[in-house]
Ligand binder design. Structure first.
Ligand code: HPA
Length: 247
């Protein structure tokens, strides 16, 4: 079987790619430990694609407990060179309301206490990778082109603020993120993007806006409910398989 050139990491509300055909299930181990769950490798649009649910297929792992290093290393060991990260997020600025898909071009990392490098082990080479442009430009362009081909609306650009979670943010925290220049807020964008760069993987994020972040929408008093989040993610991800197929 040929290597999967593309890997897709699914986020909250997207635990499988039902469109994959001839699926093989793998349970690899890596030098960083086990990934979040099984990796499903199958055919989509005539190409092999690997899929991994970031939180586990039963959503058992909170964002700060995910073994991001093992997930990426496992996909890389299968032969994947490009990673499309699907991240469920809250929207902060006007263009990023619920059900929008976006391909951000910047990020700010507010997470803490997560292993954020592959240079953790004693004696490992210290890498200071360039991260000025955190997402791979060519892959971002390919994602946007695939979206056009598939007729799926995707906002080009935006800044992703990665927060620690698992709780949602306070209104003051979101106001601060807005002042910092963030358009989107999510809990899983980092350290994943930085690790992908260290590992030499092409990496882009397709953010799925599930809700207005705290205090950000037209009704600042509105509470965020899990049901709204899941409904919005389900609606927004309808176009994702066609986009992945085109990619
Ligand atoms: N904040 C952080 N992460 C999220 C949100 C949010 O409002 N919605 C979905 N993931």
């Amino acid at each position: 079987m040929s290597d999967p050139a593309l890997a897709v990491i699914g986020g909250t509300g997207l635990y499988k790619l039902a469109e994959l055909e001839d699926v093989e299930t793998l349970q690899p181990q890596t030098r960083f430990g086990a990934p979040s769950g099984p990796i499903r490798v199958g055919r989509l649009g005539g190409r092999r694609v690997a899929f991994l649910a970031r939180h586990g297929e039963g959503h058992s792992l909170p964002p700060h407990k995910i073994n991001y290093r093992a997930n990426l290393a496992a996909l890389q060991a299968l032969g994947a060179t490009r990673v499309l990260a699907l991240n469920t997020v809250g929207g902060i600025t006007e263009r990023f309301g619920p059900r929008v898909l976006a391909c951000p071009d910047q990020l700010i990392d507010y997470t803490w206490g997560r292993i954020s490098t592959i240079c953790e082990e004693e004696g490992s080479e210290v890498l200071h990778v360039d991260f000025g442009e955190p997402y791979t430009r060519a892959l971002r362009q390919a994602v946007l082109a695939a979206a056009r081909t598939a007729g799926v609306a995707v906002v080009d650009g935006g800044c992703y603020g990665a927060t620690q979670g698992p709780r949602l943010e306070t209104r003051a925290e979101i106001a601060r993120l807005r002042r910092d220049g963030c358009d989107l807020v999510g809990m899983t964008g980092m350290p994943e993007a930085g690790l992908a760069r260290e590992l030499g993987l092409d990496y882009a994020c397709l953010a799925i806006v599930a809700n207005w972040a705290a205090g950000a929408g037209p009704d600042p008093d509105e509470a965020i409910t899990l049901q709204d989040v899941l409904d919005n993610v389900a609606a927004a991800t309808a176009g994702v398989p066609a986009l992945v197929r085109a990619l």
